[in-house]
Ligand binder design. Structure first.
Ligand code: WTA
Length: 660
């Protein structure tokens, strides 16, 4: 757990001049909230009506087969139409939709690669790409396509093109390895992969297509690969008949191509995104079309309060869920202008982000606690070099924000005059669930809280028996009613969907997080209650890292845990049992770390590897990661009655102390 449970400022209300007039007291908020959940269907319908449907829904919520809830049943819509065509028909036609900044800079530190798109530019491009996918590659409704792309405009463009024709996108984070990519392609049975030759990261070239080639050795479902030349590398190996550079792929596509947006049923999947859970391989979380659109639209208004003169910037990568909902879909549903940045936050200097905010006059910022803690370490002289006074709203996401980091950002980025919250949600929820809502009714801020659940969401904290805990007591976070953006299922594994989320507490969605409610009903999420680790906000499963380690010829057994880290929130460490006769050298440690980088991705590299001869296990053979965590954090061991061999813990302790 990364947040210090004691000393949380439960009772400290924070107000400022800019937001005081929008702030209401918490009692008034709860009255409003109560009405929203009591009339759940009418509440969500009133928001859904603000979007444009090709065909209205017949039923807001079909709860006849729980937990397979269906939203806006009978309705038809198209995300590409809603996000683009709708604005092109208005004065927003030539409003800037996207300002993209590549990483490279000139000698003076000024960006050299910039592209800007109006809504009309995007409309034309999306139509051309949709035409290409349909006519040149035969992609049709329901087909899965895998997008393995860096943060360049072609990623959202390709997603809109796919959604225009009803294809289901499967975006894979460009930091994942060939093995991880192959798993995700295979499980989704994708016919097509769209990628790039490479991209810039901290001044270095990352060669993406090479990774795709490696993945495709193990992924036979892929018929074609489209390669966008981000860097213009001239030594990209291309497989004849399978691989096409973007311009070749576009052969025969008219400049003014138009593809009628398909009428997509509200319950038809729009995207799948793989995420880590407690056990087993990453699971493909499937989201619908209509419910997701309504959820994202509502939260965009409430949480980000976007107006036409805002410049919005979400610093997440589209490879994670935050980028899906709050870069690709959300701001465009609102007709907003947004900034997208390709590279590292500290390139060429630690003030890159602040220069971006200043350059475009960013008003609404969505970022992560890890980023904020990294900048804290660089020092406040870096934000001070820039005028950040345009900012009026900041939110963070991905992991708990510690009160110190919150205060630092509130002061040094927000000049103590912004609305600033920590939005809780997860890949499975499809959009924000617990958050401050300056666009609706702002309740007083507190440093580090997630705030109350948004209207239309019933979240609670319960004990082991599913009973609500009193204020101040730690319990499990649950959602007690279905919500529009909720996952539909796990791709190809409905049983696992039921088991993972709906079996722990019958009738409630189990989020897998520990949380505390305070006396005002604000929720403070503390961290994961399972074997998921959040490394710099990125969600990883211990299982993936363990199976990666075991795939190395020197390793017999491995246990991975997450331990607190002052910057990244959590980092993985591994306890490894080597095969007979293999020596546990520093050299091997290095090799295993590299092995994880290659098989999962660089973000998963363990901070340390400890060699032991046995792992603490129960008598039935289950690894007791809890005890390893206690060893590494110095916490009490707790109940050890099920432990098979106590010397295993002693040994882990010695191994840990040795490398301290
Ligand atoms: C954690 C990211 C505390 C939580 C959108 C959750 C948070 C997991 C917050 C989901 C927050 C996300 N405060 N914890 N504001 N936001 N989390 O699927 O543990 O990558 O269960 O979705 O991130 O991670 P995921």
């Amino acid at each position: 757990m990364s947040l210090e449970e004691k000393n949380l400022p439960f009772d400290e209300y924070i107000y400022n001049d800019k937001w005081r007039s929008r702030t209401i007291d918490i009692k008034t908020y709860w009255e409003y909230h109560k009405k929203s959940v009591e009339n759940l269907e009418e509440f969500w319908a009133s928001i859904a009506r603000e979007l444009e449907w090709f065909r209205p829904w017949e039923k807001v919520l079909d709860a006849s087969n729980p937990p397979f809830y269906k939203w806006f049943v009978g309705g038809e819509l198209n995300l590409s139409y809603l996000a683009i065509d709708r604005h092109v028909k208005t004065w927003r036609k030539n409003k800037l939709a996207l300002i993209w900044e590549g990483e490279p800079v000139d000698q003076t530190g000024y960006p050299t690669d910039r592209r800007k798109f109006t809504y009309y530019d995007l409309w034309r491009e999306v139509n051309r790409v949709a035409y290409m996918l349909r006519n040149n590659f035969g992609i049709k409704k329901g087909d899965r396509i895998t997008l393995y792309l860096p943060m360049i405009p072609e990623l959202p463009i390709a997603m809109y093109a796919a959604w225009r024709i009803g294809a289901i996108t499967n975006v894979v984070f460009s930091g994942f390895s060939a093995d991880a990519l192959a798993d995700r392609i295979n499980d989704s049975q994708s016919r097509l992969v769209i990628t790039a030759d490479g991209f810039w990261r901290r001044g270095k070239v990352v060669r993406l297509k090479d990774i795709v080639d490696k993945a495709l050795e193990k992924a036979p479902s892929v018929e074609n690969v489209i390669v966008y030349k981000r860097l213009g590398l001239n030594d990209v190996p291309m497989t004849e008949g399978r691989d096409w550079f973007w311009d070749k792929a576009m052969a025969g596509v008219p400049h003014n191509a138009y593809v009628e947006p398909e009428r997509i049923e509200s319950t038809h999947p729009s995207y799948m995104l793989y995420t880590s859970g407690t056990t087993g391989k990453p699971k493909g979380i499937v989201h619908d079309t209509g419910g997701w659109a309504v959820h994202v639209y509502a939260t965009m208004k409430w949480v980000f309060d976007l107006r036409d003169d805002d410049i919005y910037w979400c610093t997440a990568d589209i490879g994670w869920v935050t980028g899906h909902s709050y870069i690709v879909l959300g701001p465009m549903l609102m007709g907003a202008t947004q900034v997208m940045y390709e590279g590292a936050p500290d390139f060429p200097q630690p003030d890159r982000w602040w220069s971006i905010i200043e350059r475009y006059g960013v008003t609404v910022l969505y970022t992560s606690p890890t980023a904020i803690r990294t900048f804290m370490r660089f020092g406040e002289e870096w934000p001070r070099k820039h005028d950040l006074s345009t900012l009026r709203i900041i939110h963070s996401v991905g992991e708990p924000i510690n009160p110190e980091a919150w205060r630092w950002a509130y002061t040094n980025l927000g000049y103590q005059n912004v609305a600033f919250g920590s939005t809780w949600w997860m890949t499975e929820t499809g959009g924000i669930v617990i958050s401050h809502a300056p666009g609706l009714y702002l309740v007083p801020m507190k440093a580090g809280t997630n705030g109350p659940p948004l209207p239309g969401f019933e979240a609670d904290v319960v004990d082991d028996n599913g009973k609500p805990v009193p204020p101040g007591v730690k319990g499990y976070l649950v959602l007690k009613r279905p919500w529009p953006g909720m996952l539909q299922t796990i791709w190809g594994d409905p049983e696992r969907y039921i088991k993972t989320y709906w079996s722990r507490f019958p009738g409630m969605f189990y989020a897998g997080d520990y949380a505390i409610k305070d006396k005002d009903g604000y929720i403070w999420v503390l961290g994961r209650a399972d074997e998921v680790i959040k490394v710099a906000g990125h969600r990883l499963g211990t299982y993936e890292l363990e199976s990666a380690l075991i795939s190395h010829p020197a390793v017999a057994e491995a246990a991975v845990i997450g331990i607190p880290d002052p910057i990244k929130g959590e980092v993985p460490i591994a306890f490894v049992v080597l095969k007979q006769g293999v020596a546990g050298t520093d050299e091997l440690r290095k090799e295993l770390r590299q092995h994880i980088r290659n098989t999962v991705g660089p973000i998963a590299e363990p901070a340390q590897i400890y060699f032991v001869t046995k792992l603490p296990k129960t008598r039935s053979g289950k690894i007791m990661r809890r005890l390893l965590r206690a060893v590494a954090t110095g916490a009490p061991l707790g109940d050890v009655t099920t432990l098979e061999d106590e010397t295993s813990v002693e040994e882990a302790k010695r191994a840990y102390e040795e490398l301290k």
